[in-house]
Design a protein around this ligand. Structure first.
Ligand code: A2P
Length: 345
């Protein structure tokens, strides 16, 4: 069982290596690929230095490819990877809305991963964090309408996003003007209500991804969602303020109890003790933090909550590896070769 990471040198690639190190996934070999810029560099994995190779134009000799090099790379190369016999878990948005491509969060719709045609899509980071927290409430109380405002970290734009925050903050503190390259405007000491391109309806593509993807993952096309996505000057972990109108009324106590037992969720909700979800605490954590759970003042029996989750982990690398683990647990992914016993001479 050979695994390849395409985009191994990027922000998500880096996390994929860390998550694989800790994963129970059984595999024999790990190959790393990136652009020609990184060819020959090495990355540590389980005490070894693995060499980064140039991503080839055609097939990759692996059973499982974890792709995280952006939509255009996936779009151009994934068909050849599949034709070469690999299963692709793709972190980009290239195939998420295609019929026959499951969009999977194991805690929500893991079984969807079992019926693929070579490509399984990993959801958008904001959607993944939202879905893990809202799914248990949707199942119990039926979400009818959902209003979301996001507070998204610069690492959502990759390693270069974090670099821009750090370098431009230094410039501003030195009294120099900040220059925006990755983001539409200077990000230090600012926030930008613009992530991805604007659509004809006035929403951005990032905001519409939350709508389209949540519906597909929950298997509920009737779900009404409105999202405002905002980039903020933090390094990692996305936060979201979520208002839910429910079909059946829920109390905050019921929600807390339900979420307390939900996989992938950690309830952090003790405002008197100043405990609530925050990106600094959620960074590096596998669970999505949920707190500030309160009765909606607008929707009778509805709820307001605040979530914070590491979007490089649950919103990307961790979810991809969890999909692979789910497949292996269900016998739907090649297992590692059993260790050969050495015969003493
Ligand atoms: P490289 O580091 O060699 O540029 P991020 O999302 O953090 O910006 O990372 C993007 C990842 O995708 C990096 O590993 C980057 O490699 C890789 N990448 C970018 N363009 C290509 C390409 N054309 N072919 C293969 N990998 C690419």
């Amino acid at each position: 069982m050979k695994i390849a990471i395409v985009g191994a040198t990027g922000a998500v690639g880096h996390e994929l290596l860390q998550v694989l190190e800790r994963s129970s996934l059984r595999f024999d070999e790990l190959q790393l690929y990136a652009s020609p810029r990184s060819a020959g560099s090495t990355l540590p994995f389980r005490g070894q230095d693995l060499t980064v190779q140039v991503t080839p134009e055609g097939a990759i000799p692996a059973d499982l490819i974890l792709a995280s090099a952006g939509g255009s790379v996936s779009k151009a190369l994934a068909p050849a990877w599949v034709a070469g016999g690999a299963l692709v878990i793709d972190n980009s948005s290239a195939f998420r809305y295609d019929e026959g491509v499951p969009l999977v969060i194991p805690e929500v719709n893991g079984e969807a991963a079992l019926s693929h045609q070579g490509i399984i899509a990993n959801p958008n980071c904001t959607t993944a964090i939202l879905a893990v927290a809202v799914w248990p409430l949707h199942r119990a109380f039926g979400v009818r309408r959902m209003i979301v405002s996001t507070y998204q970290a610069t690492s959502g734009a990759g390693a270069k996003g974090m670099q821009e925050l750090e370098e431009q903050t230094r410039r501003v503190l030195n009294g120099e003007p900040a220059q925006a390259e990755v983001f539409a405007h200077p990000i230090p000491f600012n926030l930008i209500p613009h992530i991805d391109s604007f659509q004809d309806n006035g929403y951005t593509k990032e905001e519409m991804k939350v709508v389209w993807e949540t519906r597909k993952i929950f298997g509920d096309e009737r779900l009404q969602i409105s999202c405002t996505a905002v980039r903020i000057p933090t390094m990692r972990a996305h936060s979201e303020a979520i208002t839910l109108e429910l079909e059946r009324p829920a109390t905050p106590e019921q929600a807390r109890e339900l979420l307390g037992q939900a996989p992938g969720v950690k309830v952090v909700d003790d405002p008197q003790a100043k405990r609530y979800p925050m990106p600094l605490n959620a960074s590096g954590e596998y669970d999505v933090e949920v707190g500030r759970i309160r009765q909606s003042l607008v929707f009778e029996g509805g709820l307001d909550l605040f979530v914070s989750g590491d979007q490089l982990l649950k919103g990307a690398a961790l979810n991809a590896v969890q999909i692979a683990e789910y497949l292996q647990q269900h016998g739907a992914l090649k297992a590692a070769e059993p260790a050969r016993t050495t015969v003493p001479r």
